[in-house]
Structure formats: structure tokens, C-alpha cells
Design a binder for this molecule. Sequence first.
Ligand SMILES: CC(C)(COP(=O)(O)OP(=O)(O)OC[C@H]1O[C@@H](n2cnc3c(N)ncnc32)[C@H](O)[C@@H]1OP(=O)(O)O)[C@@H](O)C(=O)NCCC(=O)NCCS
Length: 175
Amino acid sequence: MTHDFAIRETAPRDLAQVLALYPQAFPDEELRPLVSALIEEQAGVLSLATFDGDALVAHVLFTMCGTAESDRDGALLGPLGVMPSHQRQGLGSSLVRAGLERLREDGVRQVFVLGDPAYYGRFGFVRERRVRTPYPVPKEWAEAWRSLALAAIPPISPGRLSLPEPWMNAALWGP
Ligand SMILES: CC(C)(COP(=O)(O)OP(=O)(O)OC[C@H]1O[C@@H](n2cnc3c(N)ncnc32)[C@H](O)[C@@H]1OP(=O)(O)O)[C@@H](O)C(=O)NCCC(=O)NCCS
């Protein structure tokens, strides 16, 4: 049987399915307050999901960000989750790639992520040293702070990343 997967931006009617995915993908982490607060922000947040028919099976958020008022052409990737039933079938990768494509079209110059170096390395994310996380991350996570340049023009200015309120919680940046 072939599956018909579709990627699209989420709408308010999808929120319940988005929030149902996170405890399944991350059984040891409570990400729902962050995810719902970011989705409510609307402006400056890209919320994309993969659907298997009507069922939401993967979701990713990108939050627009930057280091200075005049330099806001960055985006932070995360969280990204795939339903356990649908993991390791390429859905996470295709969702990330769709998001990056969309951000490139929107003029985003650099995308940041705090995530597994092996997983994000496959999209071309490399260790980020010029732009710092909003809160210090533990030394052993240094490899996990990565970025991907989307444009030929220079990446955003060095400095500490400035993000909307839902991300300004030290617990999200440490174990
Ligand atoms: C991590 C996750 C987003 C990957 O999405 P996915 O659709 O399952 O993965 P894809 O099919 O796109 O890619 C599969 C490849 O990624 C790698 N991979 C998958 N999960 C991985 C993980 N947790 N860590 C490192 N690499 C992983 C593997 O190399 C895999 O290739 P293989 O099947 O040939 O071994 C998904 O498995 C998930 O939601 N996991 C639980 C939540 C989580 O850990 N999220 C982390 C994102 S910040």
C-alpha cells in the first residue's frame, strides 16, 4: 500500500494533533507549553506538518530570530518531532528540507539548531561559533549548536541570539 504524505503549514484546527504528537515523540520532555506558545505567536513562526491522510505524523517549528534589531534574517529550527509509528521513513528529513526551502524563499539567511550533530549534519548544519545561544549551553553540547547558511550573502552578525519570549527559558537550553 502506498502512503500519501502531504506537507503543509498548520492551521488552528491542527493544534490538538500537534500537541498530541509531542509527548509521543518526546516521552521524557514536556514541550507542549513551548509549542503552543510559539504557534500562538503566529508572526515570525513557521509551523509545518506532514500528514498521512488526515493524521498529523510529523511537525516542525522555525522561529525567526537574529542578533540585532537590524539583523533579523535568522531562524531557529525546533522542536522537530515524528510519531514513533512513522520514524525512520524519511519524514523528518523531508519536513526539514521543505522548511529550509520555504525559509530560503522568504529571505532567511541562516538557520540555527541545537540538536543531534549527526542528524543535522546531514542537512549541512555545521558548528556555530559566531552567534551564541540565548543562554549558555553545557560544554558537552557545544557540538550540538549548529547553523546552516541559506544564502550566498553573509550570515547574520555575530552576537547573542535574540528570540521571542517562549524561548527565553534557561531550561530549554540545558539538560
Ligand atoms: C529524530 C527524528 C526527528 C528524525 O526523524 P525521522 O523521520 O525518524 O528520521 P529520518 O527518516 O528523516 O532520518 C532517518 C535517519 O536519521 C538518523 N536518525 C534518526 N533518528 C535519529 C536520532 N534520534 N538521532 C540521530 N540520528 C537519527 C538515522 O541515521 C536515520 O537513518 P537510518 O534509518 O538509515 O539509520 C525523529 O525520529 C523523532 O521525532 N525522534 C524523537 C524525537 C527526537 O529525538 N527529536 C530530536 C529532534 S531535535
